[in-house]
Design a binder for this molecule. Structure first.
Ligand SMILES: *Cc1c(COP(=O)(O)O)cnc(C)c1O
Length: 406
């Protein structure tokens, strides 16, 4: 099946009463016929649901569709993208371990990596695609390599295939945050990544009506007792070691479950992911090209432009488009604020992946807690506006920018 057909027909569970769309099982717990049945579910010997913090039928409907879409063996949906990211990493890390991460990360992820230093987990940041620096960062405590496919808001593009090869040559998995690219542009598990994390609050949900995140395991990584003692008894499940430990361990015990209602909204959004991404990527390319051609005093950063340092790698690994986020440097913070305030269509807010066009000034908002070095690495400047392009008619967006800038 091709992408849009898959969204509608792949991984689609048979729902009760012939329902063509997952019903919302807004129930905290699920009764069984007998004490034996309930015991069987707790022992993982019987299929079924017991408590929504562990699993829920509506949430499973969402997870199963994502698993098929990403080409993995299992997914776990969480209350937020940050929860999914925390789970993805903490499932295999313990005190003393190190993460190697691309430096151009989403601000919230940098904040998270700082928070988990309190648990003895250190992060070494390396420039994306700087292979020498990446090789040099490994040691015996390295347990995972992490990167974003398209850095937010740096918009650098990771060579996922090459990074996966390097991680594997050191015996560690690659975890990719694919939020900004979505599986519409790249299925990172097909490119060697072992686990993919999506903040489904963004493009997957599409209309910004619920916060959520989801992680998917490829099942390809060979976990060993020696390198990953935290996986303990789960090692015996082979390809399912990672996902079973997650479901029965931290996910359940920290309590990061997704609400059934939000899972329902995500399935609703997911079905139109391809249509929206197609329009959003095409709008972003048109807006970026127009801004670059029209204004010599505005610097445009978009992987779809030949002027981007990451255009070549984007052409190699991305399909269907270059994403729907661009950034512009306006010359000063004052001018950036003035342009934002004069725009009438885009919302001023810190989010991406909405059907509507959004603008934000990262250095005074999402990157407020970053150090100078982190700002430089993330490509955040005082005069920079990030634009998340929506599905509006692009002529209207262009006209609005023309008026605001003049
Ligand atoms: C938004 C975002 C997150 C965090 O997701 P939430 O759903 O807001 O918790 C993580 N990574 C990237 C790239 C994001 O854009």
């Amino acid at each position: 099946m091709n992408f849009n057909t898959k969204l509608l027909h792949d991984g689609v569970k048979k729902e009760p009463n012939g329902a063509t769309f997952p019903p919302i099982f807004q129930s905290s717990a699920f009764a069984q016929e007998s004490a034996e049945d309930l015991a069987g579910i707790f022992e993982n010997k019987k299929m079924g649901y017991c408590y929504t913090r562990v699993a829920n039928p509506t949430v499973s409907s969402f997870e199963e569709r994502i698993t098929k879409l990403e080409g993995g063996i299992g997914s776990v949906a969480c209350a937020s993208g940050m929860a999914a990211l925390s789970m993805a990493l903490l499932n295999i890390l313990e005190a003393g371990d190190e993460i190697i991460s691309s430096a151009s990360l989403y601000g919230g992820s940098i904040d998270l990596f700082r928070d988990i230093e309190a648990f003895g987990i250190k992060t070494k940041y390396v420039k994306n695609n700087d292979w020498e620096e990446i090789e040099a960062a490994f040691n015996e405590r390295t347990k995972v390599v992490f990167a974003e496919t398209i850095g937010n808001p740096c918009l650098d593009v990771t060579d996922v295939d090459r990074l996966a090869k390097i991680a594997h040559s050191h015996g560690v998995p690659l975890i990719i945050d694919n939020t900004t690219a979505t599986p519409y542009l790249i299925r990172v598990l097909d490119h060697g990544a072992d686990i993919v994390v999506n903040s489904s609050s963004k493009y997957i949900n599409g209309s910004s009506n619920s916060i959520s995140g989801v992680l998917t395991d490829s099942g390809h990584f060979k976990w060993t007792k020696e390198r990953y003692p935290v996986l303990g008894e789960y090692i015996k499940y082979g390809p399912f070691a990672y996902i079973s430990k997650m479901r029965s361990g931290l996910y359940r015990n920290i309590g990061t479950c997704l609400s059934p209602f939000n899972a329902y909204l995500n399935v609703l959004g997911l079905e139109t992911l391809g249509l929206r991404m197609d329009k959003q990527c095409s709008n972003a390319l048109k807006l970026a090209s127009w801004l670059q051609e029209t204004y010599s005093d505005i610097q445009v950063n978009y992987p779809g432009l030949e002027s981007s340092n990451w255009h070549t790698i984007a052409n190699t690994i991305l399909k269907n488009g270059y994403g729907a986020i661009l950034t512009i440097r306006t010359g000063s913070k004052k001018r950036a604020f003035e342009i934002m305030n004069k725009l009438t269509i885009p919302y001023i807010l810190s989010n991406i992946g909405d059907t509507k066009t959004l603008v934000v000034h990262p250095s005074s908002t999402i990157s407020l807690h970053s150090t100078q070095k982190e700002l430089e690495d993330a490509g955040v400047y005082d005069d920079l506006i990030r634009i998340s392009v929506g599905i509006e008619d692009v002529e209207d967006i262009i006209e609005d920018f023309r008026n605001a800038i003049s």
